[in-house]
Design a protein around this ligand. Sequence first.
Ligand SMILES: Cc1cc2nc3c(=O)[nH]c(=O)nc-3n(C[C@H](O)[C@H](O)[C@H](O)COP(=O)(O)O)c2cc1C
Length: 187
Amino acid sequence: MRFSKLVLETRSIRRFKQSVRLSRENIFKFVDSARLAPNAANLQVLRFSAVTSENNCERIFPALKWAGYLEEWTGPEEGEKPAAYIVIHAPDEEKPYTKMDVGIAAAYIVLSAREAGYGSCIIMSFDCGIISEAVDTPENYRPQLVIALGVSGEEVILETALKDIRYWRDELGIHHVPKLKLEEIIT
Ligand SMILES: Cc1cc2nc3c(=O)[nH]c(=O)nc-3n(C[C@H](O)[C@H](O)[C@H](O)COP(=O)(O)O)c2cc1C
């Protein structure tokens, strides 16, 4: 797929086809993209947990906070929940570059997932205690991001932001994501 199309299609997905499961091989491919990503001084300090079994997905799900702007929506319902997760861990002792490395790794993962036909959502609002217990967080590491994965079960439309940058859902349940114009972000 052309990169420009991949970027357009890599939207945050929050409703999935829960019954379509991902194999660990799928997930490892996405993590492999993060392995090859740029990172500060090539220190490669990040670690990744793959969660694919239904049992473990059930343990992760209650820790996640979805779509802050959609106040009425309590998150994916049964049948729409993610089919897998990747948790990105970074060392407890945070360096100035840590969060940048985490962001770049997450971007590589979601692009790689989309290329393989899967939707994703990067989640930073989560209960760290639940996530740390549910996956093997290495000693002296802390979960930084959870990436929810699965076959998309929703339609997402990009639109030009006028005044409001908040994403919203229309009466058909279609998710709209307003983006600023190019000339507004180039200084
Ligand atoms: C660092 C980061 C943290 C995010 N945390 C959450 C989150 O906790 N919950 C959630 O539902 N979405 C989260 N998102 C998804 C954003 O809301 C989403 O990227 C944004 O609304 C733009 O939509 P788009 O990804 O389709 O362009 C996060 C995204 C990023 C990059």
